[in-house]
Design a binder for this molecule. Structure first.
Ligand SMILES: Nc1nc2c(ncn2[C@@H]2O[C@H](COP(=O)(O)OP(=O)(O)OP(=O)(O)O)[C@@H](O)[C@H]2O)c(=O)[nH]1
Ligand SMILES: [Mg+2]
Length: 231
């Protein structure tokens, strides 16, 4: 089942250009051409929502999509694309790092990894950086329609070994194809559960705030109607 609605919100080139951080946000990141934009289209059921291109480096801005009027999907530029010059590359990296480190509404980063290839150094380095930055993330193996199961198992194993070496439990992992729709239901279910959990936490916080207001700490705070009539 596709989500009920998905719409483009805005593109940003820095943190200041991002929409207000008022809904839970999920970011898609990965090497250029890994299939980020295609997966966003598949998840939302709207082909053409995110621009797909055979030319690596197509997505150059942070692109925000509002899904079910409830949460944001963010399509980030691909890392590792050989930008024309160093200044361009540094500007791209600064934009992505600022976003990841400072975006208050970011709930989870989905790191998309091409399932057809052995673990790439760039992906490994980025995952290690996320661990160091203490960001919640999940691994999404893309293009499984083009991958032999044994190759996919081996690639998963290479990532699992990193977590094991660092004494960490493995993050959630998904196997997806934007061609066949494989993994879509699992990914959407996972995101829905995280959105529900954030909303439940917010409700709890609101309840306890309301309770604090209901319980006067100082009798002097009582309203006129609460005071006993004087004898
Ligand atoms: N076979 C197959 N091809 C895919 C899949 N997902 C994406 N592709 C192809 O891979 C190419 C890149 O897809 P995009 O979705 O544009 O990749 P991206 O990660 O957004 O790329 P950048 O924006 O350049 O970083 C396109 O030619 C897609 O058609 C998939 O699941 N299976
Ligand atoms: Mg893209």
């Amino acid at each position: 089942m596709p989500p009920r609605s998905a719409e483009f919100v805005t593109s940003a080139t820095d943190l200041g250009g991002c929409p207000d951080p008022i809904v839970p946000e999920f970011a898609f990141i990965g090497r250029s051409n890994v299939g980020k934009s295609s997966l966003i289209n598949r998840l939302t059921g709207q082909q053409g929502l995110a621009k797909v291109s055979a030319t690596p480096g197509h997505t150059k801005t942070l692109n925000f999509y509002l899904v079910q009027r409830d949460w944001h999907l963010v399509d980030l530029p691909g890392y590792g694309f050989a930008q024309k010059n160093l200044a361009d590359r540094e500007r791209f990296e600064a934009m992505i790092i600022d976003y990841l480190e400072q975006r208050e509404s970011l709930i989870r980063v989905f790191v998309l990894v091409d399932s057809r290839l052995p673990m790439q150094k760039l992906d490994r380095d980025f995952v290690v950086w996320l661990i160091g930055a203490d960001l919640d993330f999940a691994l999404v193996f893309t293009k499984v329609d083009k991958t032999k199961p044994a190759v996919l198992r081996a690639t998963r194993g290479e990532f699992e070994a990193i977590f094991q070496q660092m004494g960490l439990s493995a993050p959630p992992m998904f196997e997806t194809s934007s061609e066949t729709g494989a993994g879509k239901v699992e990914l959407l279910r996972f995101i829905s559960a995280e959105v529900a959990s954030v909303q439940a936490d917010e409700d709890d916080a609101e309840d306890s705030e309301a309770q604090e207001h209901d319980t006067p700490e100082d009798p002097g705070d009582r309203t006129a109607g609460d005071t006993k009539p004087e004898a």
